[in-house]
Design a protein around this ligand. Structure first.
Ligand code: ATP
Ligand code: MG
Length: 500
């Protein structure tokens, strides 16, 4: 195939941040109608390369060509004008207006008199949605849509401005399995129409479902470029981490004890969840499963004190407790790692060290009054090593870490307090395969040492591989509590959709 048959060529791209060589001489070539996957460990450089392509960062070296012609992408608007559209995790849609208005935001069709031509806008939107097989009413308000539906509208919006390349950075990390199927169908439609997709995900199975080519990035370098039909998951992982990972979940060899650490009775928050009752034993890993939006996060947030339930009780160690705030939660030996770690658990403008030790400082200061800088350094360095947090130093600002590395910092922060009850909401979302395995072994190790853990996860293999018992929640109601020997994907899924 002659060189100029490439829709996009990124040649010898390098990018340096203070203390970090994020990209080192990386080249990426994309043809029309192709889905190109980018994989690699947290901090490998995936987001950086697409941020260069979408005009957010400038490259230090290298060139970008579209249809063989050299282009200079100076800013995000520039990239969109060139047909390069990026779908971010946080939606950029305006909730108060309709789907059609969002699709045509800033480029509404107007009549000669300067009036917006609503009919044309709605019809055009309907056509774009139909072409993409997206089943949405153009007149629906965006505020009424789910996260997944917003993502679809963003894609439709991209096509209304004649996108040729759609970039998706971890699009499935916050949507349900069903919505993922919809998204993949849409990607297939995009492919058929001759447009191209660059796709980033930590879920390797997805690569095999939709991608034609996959590039493995490692330490900012292109470690390998593979045709998807000629490779497999193990090979990709080998290039990602440079070693064999073995069985992801290891063996389940330990038992939880019989004494109950936490008991929740008839916990209700109107409109969110009702009559949730369960207990948690010492050394137990209790799973909370269900579809996204089922109310799992709301339940654990109420236990930790981030939300106030309307009725019901919480007993810790057999005694009734009142938890009105997260400070109360921590006082009772509970810590919680939120699903939305980047905004809720991490202070972006603080250093890595300050973030990891912040809760500990609260505890230590209240007891002794001081903590030495040396102790702080030792402790944070320990977690940086343990989780393989990629940072040039302990003094790096959290905001400069890659998405996955910020998540690891949030986990480290909560573990530093050695809680009795640890609540983890989607702890491995956005985490690379190697670190995921490390986090799984760590959770088991902690349970083995007697810590009690509530694990909220949308990944059924994770829930089944890790938990002693699993609670399935659907539309705010507890459907069933499964014992270890009853755990399998089919029955958990059936309970999650109300099919029991
Ligand atoms: N604005 C910035 N300032 C300093 N360093 C940065 C900045 N942006 C990214 N980096 C660093 O560049 C490297 C690559 O980061 P990038 O976000 O591209 O990783 P990634 O492959 O997307 O990882 P993840 O899977 O965790 O999202 C990391 O070491 C990161 O800390
Ligand atoms: Mg990233």
């Amino acid at each position: 195939m002659p060189e100029n048959d490439y829709l996009l060529e990124m040649n010898n791209i390098s990018k340096e941040f203070p203390g970090v060589r994020a990209l080192d001489n990386v080249s990426l070539k994309l043809r029309k109608g192709e889905v190109f996957a980018l994989v690699g460990e947290n901090g490998a450089g995936k987001s950086t390369i697409i941020k260069i392509l979408s005009g957010f960062y400038s490259n230090d070296a290298g060139e970008i060509r579209l249809n063989g012609e050299k282009v200079n992408i100076r800013n995000p608007k520039n990239a969109i004008d060139l047909g390069i559209n990026t779908i971010y995790q946080e939606t950029s849609l305006v909730p108060e207006i309709t789907v059609a208005e969002n699709i045509f935001l800033g480029k509404q069709p107007v009549s000669k008199l300067g009036k917006i031509n609503w009919k044309k806008m709605n019809n055009e939107s309907e056509r774009i949605l139909k072409d993409l097989s997206i089943h949405l009413n153009p007149k629906a308000l965006v505020s009424e849509l789910s996260a997944a539906q917003c993502q679809l509208v963003e894609i439709a919006k991209a096509f209304s401005s004649s996108a040729k390349i759609i970039i998706m950075d971890e699009p499935t990390s916050a949507i349900t399995e069903e919505d993922t199927i919809n998204l993949f169908n849409l990607i297939k439609t995009i492919k058929k129409s001759g447009n191209s997709v660059i796709y980033i995900s930590h879920r390797l199975k997805e690569i095999f479902e939709i991608a034609d080519y996959v590039m493995v990035l490692r330490d900012g370098k292109a470690a390998k470029y593979l045709k998807v039909s000629e490779t497999n998951e193990d090979e990709i992982i080998k290039y990602m981490v440079g070693r064999d990972l073995g069985d992801i979940f290891g063996e389940k060899s330990y038992e939880s004890k019989d004494n109950v650490v936490l008991e929740v009775g008839n916990l209700t928050k109107n409109g969110k969840f009702e009559n949730i009752s369960f207990n948690l034993k010492e050394g137990e890993i209790l799973g909370l499963s269900g579809l996204i939006g089922a109310g799992r996060s709301e339940v654990v947030r109420a236990i930790y004190g981030l939300d106030r339930p309307d009725s019901g009780f919480i007993h810790i160690g057999g005694k009734k407790v009142t938890i009105k705030s997260s400070a109360d939660g921590i006082k009772h030996g509970i810590t919680f790692v939120s699903e939305d770690r980047r905004t809720e658990s991490i202070i972006q403008r603080f250093t890595v060290k300050a973030n990891i030790t912040i809760l500990l400082l609260k505890l230590i200061v209240s007891k002794l009054g001081i903590i030495s800088n040396k102790k702080e350094n030792e402790l944070s360095a320990k977690y940086v090593r343990k989780f393989n947090i990629r940072t040039p130093s302990l003094e790096q600002l959290a905001m400069n870490l890659s998405g996955g590395n910020q998540q690891k910092v949030a986990l480290a922060k909560c573990l530093s307090t050695s809680p009795k009850i640890l609540i983890l909401d989607e702890p491995t979302k956005g985490i690379d395969v190697g670190a995921k395995k490390e986090i799984h072994s760590l959770i088991k190790e902690l349970a083995n040492e007697g810590m009690s853990i509530i694990l909220v996860s949308s990944e059924l293999p994770e829930i089944i591989g890790m938990c002693h018992r699993v609670i399935v929640i659907r539309e705010g109601k507890l459907m069933k509590i499964f014992n270890k020997n009853e755990l399998n994907e089919e029955s958990l899924m059936a309970a999650a959709v109300g099919n029991i």
